[in-house]
Design a protein around this ligand. Structure first.
Ligand SMILES: [Ca+2]
Ligand SMILES: [Ca+2]
Length: 394
């Protein structure tokens, strides 16, 4: 198994530590600019589309860069019988639905809305927790992507020719940690709130001096797609397809923007672990959680799934293509789509990417509404940030 995992490591797609370094060196200038014009930056916040609307950073390249009908089939293939239920999983019935954009917040890659059918499947009722991931590591000795030193010889294969090697102090086992700036900042440079922290990994979510003690029931974070796949294989499960994930998030509801319906995320009782206040410098923490929340803190959707919106991002098995929905938009619909054969993200064309869904504790309604059912995100398979986790299906 270790050899297989080693192979996964060696396909690291990250292509530029230099961009990270460039972003970080530009940070002071950006901050100074922000201080000069706070009011206009706050206005920018509302309109900006370069924050978690469009992309989150890959591990290395901090690049700048309708009417709906839902039917739930009477599904006899699976069993919702409690006796047959795998522990901690719920049965998601087969059905067909209109996949894609539901609201004015929808982004280009959520169109066109199209008919999709999926077979029934079991799904983890909550995100994989630290306690669950610890069992896997204990049993296998698995070392996550974030715990391994990046291999420059591999990385540079995906860089433009002639890219100089970053300094050795950057090429150490590290991960990206959310670090709030002390004042409002423009939202077009994610390096202002993501820091490359040596020693940050799933056991040390905020860096080497932090720990997961007392966070056993929180979702595991700093999980790359490769890590998630390794865990799923060990558990005898797999990652959900993007279509399965969206169908499950909708919970059989029609015409809804969120897993709970259409009510705004901050209206009424709190429905998910998200960001309140002004991103990224001011979180009022009205929902009680600045970073992760224990799983099952907020109400489940109609299928009994927790945190399909917010808390941590969840990996799907599919490659990401911005135009994928155009290719599967057929009058009769598409059955059990598994994503495109290859990825293509016009924002970072050389980086192969996988899909993430559901948003995180960093998503805020004023500019990032990725806890919408149809919102799509993507990242390179070696990327696991302090808000990246997963759940499995089977
Ligand atoms: Ca929160
Ligand atoms: Ca989630």
């Amino acid at each position: 198994m270790k050899q297989g995992l080693k192979f996964l490591y060696h396909v690291l797609p990250a292509y530029s530590l230099l961009l990270l370094a460039a972003c970080q060196s530009g940070q002071k200038t950006e901050t100074a600019e922000a201080e000069k014009n706070t009011a206009s930056l706050v206005a920018t916040t509302a309109n900006d589309t370069l924050s978690c609307h469009s992309t989150i950073p890959s591990r290395f390249p901090l690049q700048q860069t309708t009417a709906q009908t839902v039917s739930v089939a009477n599904d006899k293939a699976g069993s919702a019988n409690g006796e047959d239920s795998p522990k901690g999983m719920v049965w998601i019935p087969a059905g067909s639905f209109q996949m894609g954009a539901d609201s004015k917040d929808a982004r280009k890659d959520e169109f066109p809305k199209h008919k999709v059918s999926v077979d029934g499947f079991w799904m983890d009722e909550h995100e994989v927790t630290n306690a669950q991931f610890a069992e896997f590591v204990k049993a296998t000795g698995y070392q996550t992507t974030a715990e391994r030193k990046p291999d420059w010889e591999e990385l540079k294969k995906q860089l433009p020719p002639g890219t100089p090697k970053p300094s050795e102090d950057v090429l150490v086992a590290s991960s990206l940690v959310f670090t709030a700036p002390s004042q409002p900042v423009a939202l077009n440079n994610v390096a202002q709130w993501w820091s490359w922290v040596a020693g940050a990994d799933w056991r040390h979510p905020e860096g080497p001096h932090s720990s997961i003690k007392g966070k056993e029931q929180h979702p595991v974070v700093h999980i790359s797609w490769d890590d998630a796949v390794a865990y799923a294989k060990w558990a005898g499960k797999r990652l959900p397809t993007e279509a399965e994930w969206e169908w499950a998030a909708r919970g059989g509801k029609e015409n809804t923007v969120y897993p709970w319906g259409n009510e705004g995320v901050e209206v009424g009782s709190f429905k998910a672990n998200t960001w309140q206040g002004r991103f990224p410098d001011q979180n009022t923490v009205k929902d009680q959680f600045y970073t992760t929340a224990p799983v099952k803190t907020f109400k489940p959707n109609n299928f009994g799934l927790y945190d399909m919106a917010g808390n941590v991002w969840e990996w799907c098995s599919d490659y990401y293509r911005a135009d994928y929905y155009q290719t599967v938009n057929k009058p009769d619909g598409v059955k059990n789509p598994k994503g495109p054969a290859q990825s293509y993200d016009p924002e970072e064309p050389t980086v192969p990417k996988r899909v993430q869904r559901g948003g995180s504790y960093l998503c805020h309604d004023s500019y990032c509404s990725s806890y919408r059912n149809s919102a799509r995100m993507k990242s390179s398979p070696d990327t696991g940030l302090s808000h990246t986790g997963f759940r499995c299906v089977y």
